[in-house]
Structures are given as C-alpha cells and as structure tokens.
Design a protein around this ligand. Structure first.
Ligand SMILES: Nc1ncnc2c1ncn2[C@@H]1O[C@H](COP(=O)(O)OP(=O)(O)OP(=O)(O)O)[C@@H](O)[C@H]1O
Length: 928
C-alpha cells in the first residue's frame, strides 16, 4: 500500500469531516492523525507517535484497536466530542488501496449502543429554531424511534422552551449556525447545558486545540459559558423551510405533511426537517426506525419551568442524583420501557380530566386486583427492553442474542395479555402509525386489542436456535447441527450440513474401504494443513497394489502419500462448509430481520402497551406499599389535602412522618406560613406541590384524602442560590423568578414562595414580599393558590386586611429551655422564630448562644431602627465586661454539675448509683 495514496485518501475524507474526530480504519486499528491525534492522546491517555506520512512533515498519530474502540468512543462522546467512523469497505485485503468510507458519525445525541445508554431514560437529540421570538422544537430518540415536534409562540415561547429543554434533558442540542435563528445569546442552551455538564476546568480548556475551542464555546466571551460542546451547530441551509419539508416527506414517503399536523407549523417543520437531515448525516441514511412524527401541543400539559422541576426534585435529588427524587420513590417498574414511560409521565403532567381519569381507573384497578398485579409484575421482569430491541431490528443491526431476548418476551406475552384481560383494561397509548401514502410496513392497522404477535413468536421459535452465539459468522464445524439458525428452518443450510456430514462419514469410512479394496492392511487416511486429506501407504507394504485412480502427492522416506479426485471433492465440501454456512446464515438472518421489521409497528404497539401496564401496576404497587389514596380530581378552585405527607421525605425518614392538611378554595387563596427554622416549612410547601403534581400524572397521592382542582402550572420560588451559569446575583435571580410568576400565573396555578426578599435588606425585602402577596390576591388574572413561607412575621398582619389570606404556622412546644418541633401545621402565626434554639441544636458554642439570647432580649422591645442602634451601642459597652467566660467554674451562675456534686452524699451511694451519677454529671458537663 502506497503511503502517499492512503494519506491522500485520508486527507480528502478528513476535509469533509473537519469538525469531528476521524477514526480511520487501518487493519486492526482506528488511527487518528494531526490535531485529532493530539486530542485523543490527551483525552484518552494513549500514546502519541509521529510518522512521516507526507513528504515534508512529521504527522502526529494515535490509534486504538478496533475491537476495543467502543470503550474509547464512549469516553470521547461522553465528553461531548463527535467521532466519525471510517471503515475499510472491501472484504478482502487487496494490494491496491482499500476503499474507505465514513459509515457513521457518533454524537452524544445519536448513540444507539446499549452499553453507552441508560436503560431507564430516553436519550434525546433535540433541534431548536428561534425566529423572532417564536420557537420550533423537535426531538428524537433513535433507540426507540420516538420523534416529536412542537411550535411555541407568543410572549412565553422562550420560557416554555426552557421548560421543554429541562424536561427532555437532551444529550445533544442542534441549533442553526445563523445567530439570528438561535435564542439570543444562547442563554437557554447555556443554562440547560450548565446544569447537565460541568463547565470545563481552565487547565483542561487551555489544552484544547484552537478548532476545539471554538466548537466548545457556546456564544459570547464569558468564561463561565464554556461547556463541553453538546450544542451542535448545523448549517443554516438545513433549516430552510423547503429543504426541511422535503427531508421529512422523503423520510415518511409521503406527499404531504398535513396528516402529521404540521400543515401550518412552519417552525416545527423546519426544526424537525433539520433534525432528520442530521440523523441521515450521522447514521449514513439508515434511519428506518423513525417512522412517524408526533406533533404535540405544550398547552395540553402542565407547565413546569426548569427551577420548579429542580426545586420539586422530580427526577433528580439535591445532589443531581436520582436518590432523593420523586422518581426514585415511584419507579418500581419492571421493564426499561416502563421506566422510561414513567419518567415521561412525571416530567409531563396532564391538565385534562379525561385522560387523567383513565389513568386513575387503571391504577385503581391494579390496586384492587392484588393477585393480577403480582402475577403481571413477575411476568414483566422477564420482558427486557423489547422497545430498543425492535428498533435495532428495524435498523437491521440486531444480533442473534437480541432475537433470543425478543423471543423470550414474546413467549411471556400470552400470559401477560391474559392477565391484562382479567382487569378488563385497555391500552390507551397512542399508536404512531405514519399517515403516509405508501405505508412503510405491511402491518394491519392497529385495533384497540393488544396483538400478542404470536406469528412473530412462532417465527422466532422455529428460526432461531435455542442458545445461539452472540454474533453471526461464527459457525464452528464442531457444532455440526446448528448455529444461529435452527435446524429445519432453512433448507439450504440443512443441505450443506447434511452434505458435510456425509462427506465426513465418507472420509471416515474410506480407510477401511480402501484397505479392503487394495488389500494393504497398513493403508491410512490422514490429514495435514498443507495437503489436506491424503491416503498414506508405507513403502514396505508393496506399492504394486496401488490402484490406478490414486494420484501421488508426496514421497517420504518410507511412505507414499496419495489423493483421489473423489477424496478432494469431499475434502473441499468439508473445508468450505463453514464459510458457506456463515454466508447462508447471514442471508437467512437478514430475511428474518426483514420479516420482523415488517411487523415493526405491531411489535412496538405491544412494547408500548407493556410499558403502559408496567407503569399502571407500578403506581398501584407503590400506592399500596406507601398508603397512597386516589385523589378526587375537580375542575374548580378547590384543593384539599387531609393527612398529606411528603412522598420522598417520608420514604427516607427513620421516624414517623407527621401528616398535615392543606386547604384552598374560593375563600382560602393565600396561606402565609410562619414557623421556626427547621420546623418543616419547606417540606410542607413541597409536599403540597408534589401531591398536586402526582395527582396530575394519574398517580395516587400520599394523603388520607385529597381533592385536587386541576392545576395548569406549578411555580416555585424556593431557596436562594446564585445562578453561576448566568452570573446573576441571588437577589436578581429571585426577582426575575418572582416577576415571571406574577406575569404568568393564573387562578388555576399553584405558587410556592419560600422566603422571597431574603436576599436584600429587611425593609426592602419585607416591602417587596408584602406587595407581591397583595398583587397575587388582588389581580383577578392571577389569583393563584399560593403558599408563602416567610420569616417576616409582620406579613401575618395581611390576614386581617385581605379576605382570602390566612395564616398558618408550624406548631412548637416549649419544654423549659427546650423547643420541640411538632411538625404540625395549624392555623395562626408564629410569634417567635426560635432561631437561637436552632443555633443551639446545630452546636454553636454555649457562650455564643448565651450572648445571642442577651442581645435578642435587648433588641426585642425596641421599635425603630434608631432605638435598636442605641441598644446595640449600649450592649457593646456592657459586652466588653461580659466577654464570654469560657471557664466552667469561673461563671457567676451556679453550675448544675457542681450543684449536683455538692448535694451528693457519697457515703450512701451503691456502686451502680455512683456510676449513674457519674454518667449524669458527664452529661451536664457536656451541655455546658
Ligand atoms: N411532617 C414532618 N414529619 C416528620 N419530619 C419532618 C416533617 N417535616 C419536616 N420534617 C423534618 O424536618 C427537617 C426540616 O424540615 P424543613 O427543611 O422543611 O424545615 P424548614 O422550616 O423549611 O427550615 P428552614 O426554615 O431552616 O429552611 C426535614 O429535613 C425533615 O427531616
């Protein structure tokens, strides 16, 4: 192979893939050159070598073995890089230059390898297009074939886009390279990505090559906006209306997009079309699994902004982990499809009564049918990820083991369906058959009845061996009966097997036959690698008896070796058998895959029905285990919870959780909640929101009783955090979020406000907090159900002025010096904040606690700021003499430990009593 020619071939391919890492197949390695090599050597920690590939330079080179490439590719892709896989296309190695082609570009959003994906969540590629404030959004999961698009218009379009991006958590985001078609300053992408991906460390950034730096810089020069490149810019012409439309029509083999509901949705069409083109580019045109497009309308779902999703810890707990999240409690699903569907439900609560009632009925049914639930959940365990398997079948990349798994699932299906039948329930999942003119599949239109796909099971039973090897092309002569394809399925394969066996038998019997024919008793039939099979006759045994049809092949010192034309014929049958068998198996396997792909829609409908019933039975299981009840759903303002609990806190708490009520109606709109720190305010706020949300995914709720007036949105403003990603201060973030709530809330919304105004001075904060409550109360457009937790006790006055404002507080019992939090929400207002008690519980030094108590009692009576200042000045002076006295015995106060010692009559103590007293003394000393 001429180096220059190969190098020229490399350069011409690399030119087309300048912005991705090119894995160039050279024999058993994928090699990278130049900047790519420097980059992967650094990132993968592999050796960088230098080769003189072109006449005048030393080219850096780094490679990975092809059989271990997946692992390296995964490392690169998980860090946001994209890798083009360039393969050798010729089967045999020729002397001339191999033909090479890029067969796939691996990107974060287009991974299909099960090992690189999480089973319980979708892996989305999303495409967004912003045109004068309106948004087109499309997303697809290549592993499940899901493909959806929507259009967002009006004032809130960008806000909604943020919510959708937070819901999807896309692995890769596709945007136009024209800045005017991206969200201004890409702020949305920045936020989205900053959440998902840690910004790169400065040192890491500096090591990058110049072109990588530009790829990684989302927009603007702000250092903190550097991310690891999961935003992909896709040239603007792909987003052109006509190009995009044609790409979609071509994908769906359709004449019009009206049937998809895209008729008048130009922006959604452009985003979806650009996405399809990107899939074709990265998958080299094999995108058969994307068969249809679902156009959806965000107004049919509960609106949740990214903060609210985060604050309510729906899919991620505080540390960004699944632990501590709502999904961690609810997800007891038995199949990966079920897990993914439940995640979708949690991320996208419904707002319409009809579908919610259907879900509730299904969950109720499984709550009651304990036996069916148990049976079904046991059966689901064996189903596996048929959704992703079917998509690999449709893509033509399924392996023999994939089909075995599919068969196992289909074997269970009749039992599953008969259990479902016992409930009388039907699947409600929408079928996604493409309304195309030329349907891609031969499937019958799907009816309401779930199809067990018995014919497919039958086909797999008789076509695939019981325990086939993982891959095709592995026919081993030793296992002569069958390999991947079951005996009896393909006549051609059986014929070869039969012929091979005959040939082997013939050769086995040849020795005896020839001994008899020739009369030479020492005649032997043997085999070696150079000559194959041969007949050996020792010289001593008399060459005179050699038959005429023997052809002399080799003469040894004391033996002659012969062959016969017939022997060679049988030999060639045996030696070529594995190659022929492998080829025939490949053909038969391809045929089976095609057959299965033709039933793709039916199989996917089955997978979806299983997912759905997995989720229903799971929600029922959790409801029973955790004592949840079915909420009554209503269309008015009434929102009543009796004995409500926080599903996650309760689940993780070692002690009993104290249930609490909540009540909103026409007269109870705003609750001002006061109470000490650590008393349970935040838990209560979140629990009310979570119960509302759970009701609107169709789940039962952690309460004794609940009536839920359906919510259109849940807003939360909780805690004070700096938004590091956008460089905004705590207070600014707080005010932006509050403004959003005031502009967009409605009487059907639930607003959770936890201490607004905390980030500024007391008076500013108090004034803003009061104005906000008044606005929510008085603005007819707003009038949302509101829970307002605050430390400004002054706000409790509002209940006397505004009729729909009520005060609630968390009950506290004072036992001597100690404060006990009862965790019970009661009517009324807290009169003190007990901050010093919490400080004591947290272990602040006793001297500090004591001093703080003194300062507090001085300040408490003082009405205005001047009086307080004056009090502070006086205290300062007094404080200098009352500098905390650290010594236990130097205190003027009688010390309880010392008092106890004094009172003790040591002579009267039994040893046990002495020990008990000693123990008590030590405890007293520790308290001090
Ligand atoms: N109803 C309850 N039953 C039992 N334990 C509870 C209950 N509510 C809260 N807790 C416990 O009390 C802890 C503190 O609750 P939470 O964080 O809600 O208090 P808080 O009043 O919001 O405090 P802060 O004002 O300091 O933010 C929780 O971590 C939880 O363990």
């Amino acid at each position: 192979m001429s180096k220059m020619t190969m190098w020229q071939q490399y350069l011409s391919i690399k030119q087309k893939y300048a912005d991705v890492i090119l894995f160039f197949r050279l024999g058993d390695f994928y090699e990278t050159f130049g900047d790519d090599a420097k980059l992967i050597a650094e990132v993968l920690d592999i050796t960088l070598t230098v080769r003189g590939l072109s006449s005048d330079e030393n080219t850096p080179m780094a490679g990975v073995p092809y059989h271990a490439a997946d692992n390296y590719i995964e490392q690169l892709v998980s860090r946001g890089y994209r890798v083009a896989i360039c393969e050798q296309m010729d089967e045999m190695v020729h002397k001339t230059l191999q033909k090479r082609e890029v067969v796939r570009i691996v990107t974060p959003g287009t991974l299909t390898e099960p090992t690189m994906l999480q089973a319980e969540r979708n892996s989305y590629l999303a495409a967004i297009l912003v045109d004068r404030g309106n948004v087109g959004l499309a997303y697809a999961d290549l592993t499940t074939g899901e493909f959806c698009a929507t259009e967002l218009r009006g004032n809130e379009a960008l806000k909604q886009l943020e919510g959708e991006l937070a819901r999807l958590g896309a692995a890769e985001l596709l945007v136009s390279d024209a800045p005017e078609l991206r969200p201004a300053g890409m702020e949305i992408a920045k936020k989205q990505l900053a959440q998902d991906l840690a910004p790169m460390r400065k040192a890491e950034r500096e090591r990058l090559l110049p072109h990588e730096r530009t790829a990684k810089k989302v927009e603007g020069n702000n250092e903190s906006t550097w991310v690891q490149g999961n935003v992909t810019q896709w040239p603007n012409w792909h987003w052109d209306a006509r190009t995009a439309r044609d790409a979609l029509l071509n994908q769906f083999k359709s004449q019009s997009l009206d049937g998809f509901g895209l008729g008048n949705k130009a922006l959604a069409t452009r985003a979806a079309g650009a996405l399809i083109q990107y899939l074709h580019e990265t998958q080299r045109d094999s995108v058969a699994q994307v068969r249809s497009l679902r156009v959806y309308d965000t107004t049919r779902f509960m609106f949740l902004d990214p903060q609210t999703r985060r604050n309510l810890e729906l899919t991620e707990g505080a540390g960004g982990q699944r632990k501590g999240s709502l999904i961690a409690v609810l997800d007891q699903t038995r199949t990966p499809m079920g897990a993914r569907l439940l995640r979708q439900w949690i991320s996208q609560p419904l707002i319409e009564l009809g579908p919610l009632t259907e879900r509730q009925q299904a969950v109720s049914c499984f709550v009651e049918e304990t036996l069916v639930r148990g049976e079904l959940r046991a059966l689901f365990k064996g189903v596996g990820d048929i959704e992703r398997t079917i998509n690999r079948v449709v893509q033509g990349i399924a392996t023999p083991r994939d089909l075995v798994r599919l068969r196992e699932a289909l074997r269970l299906t009749p039992d599953i369906l008969s259990q479902i039948e016992r409930t009388g329930l039907r699947s409600t999942s929408p079928t996604e058959a493409a309304p195309s003119d030329d349907d891609l599949f031969d499937d019958e239109p799907t009816s309401n009845q779930i199809d067990a796909c018995a014919d497919i099971c039958e086909l797999l039973e008789q076509a695939i061996a019981d325990d086939p090897p993982a891959l095709l092309g592995t026919w081993d002569n030793a296992r002569s009966d069958e390999n991947v394809i079951r005996k009896g399925h393909a006549a051609e394969i059986d014929a070869i097997v039969e012929a091979t066996r005959d040939a082997a038998r013939w050769i086995n019997e040849l020795e005896a036959k020839e001994q008899q024919r020739t009369g030479i008793k020492t005649l032997k039939v043997s085999y070696n690698k150079v000559f194959g099979y041969y007949i050996e006759v020792t010289k001593a045994s008399g060459e005179t008896r050699i038959p005429d049809d023997y052809i002399r092949k080799q003469t040894l010192v004391n033996a002659e070796r012969y062959i016969t034309p017939e022997l060679k014929e049988y030999e060639s049958l045996i030696l070529n058998a594995s190659e022929a068998l492998n080829e025939k198996e490949r053909q038969a396997f391809r045929l089976i895959l095609r057959h299965l792909a033709n039933a793709g829609n039916r199989l996917l409908d089955l997978a979806r029905a299983i997912a759905e019933f997995d989720v229903y039975s799971t929600l029922a299981e959790v409801a029973v285990r955790q004592r949840f009840v079915r909420p009554t759903l209503r269309l008015d303002d009434v929102f009543v919870i009796q004995g409500g609990r926080h599903p996650v806190v309760e689940h993780n708490l070692n002690e009993p959780f104290t249930p609490n009520d909540a009540h909103f109606d026409a007269d109870h709109q705003i609750i001002v909640l006061t109470g000490p720190n650590m008393s349970g305010k935040s838990t209560f706020l979140r629990q009310v929101a979570l119960i509302g949300l759970m009701a609107q995914i169709g789940s039962f709720v952690p309460a004794d009783y609940a009536e839920i007036g359906l919510l259109d949105r849940i807003f939360t403003r909780i805690g004070a955090q700096d938004d590091i990603a956008t460089g905004q201060s705590t207070f600014m973030v707080e005010m932006i979020e509050t403004a959003n709530i005031l502009h967009n809330g409605s009487p059907r919304s639930l607003i959770i406000l936890d201490e607004i105004g905390r980030g500024t001075s007391t008076y500013d904060g108090l004034s803003i907090a009061r104005a906000v409550v008044e606005y929510i109360h008085n603005q007819p457009r707003l009038r949302a159900k509101t829970l307002f937790a605050t430390h400004y006790h002054e706000l409790t006055e509002l209940a006397n002025i505004l009729p729909r404002v009520h005060n609630w507080t968390l009950a506290v019992a004072e036992e001597g010096d100690h404060v006990v939090f009862l965790r019970k929400v009661i009517e009324g207002a807290a009169d003190r904040s007990y901050g010093i008690h919490v400080a004591q519980m947290a272990g602040l030094p006793p001297a500090v606690i004591k001093r703080a108590t003194e300062v507090l009692s001085e300040l408490e009576g003082k009405g205005d700021r001047e009086q307080r200042r004056e009090a502070m000045r006086r205290m300062n002076a007094a404080g200098s003499s009352a500098v905390p006295q650290m010594s236990l015995f130097a205190s003027n106060e009688p010390n309880p430990a010392v008092e106890l010692l004094r009172e003790m009559d040591v002579t009267q103590l039994t040893p046990i009593e002495a020990l008990t007293k000693l123990y008590e003394l030590q405890r007293l000393a520790k308290v001090e």
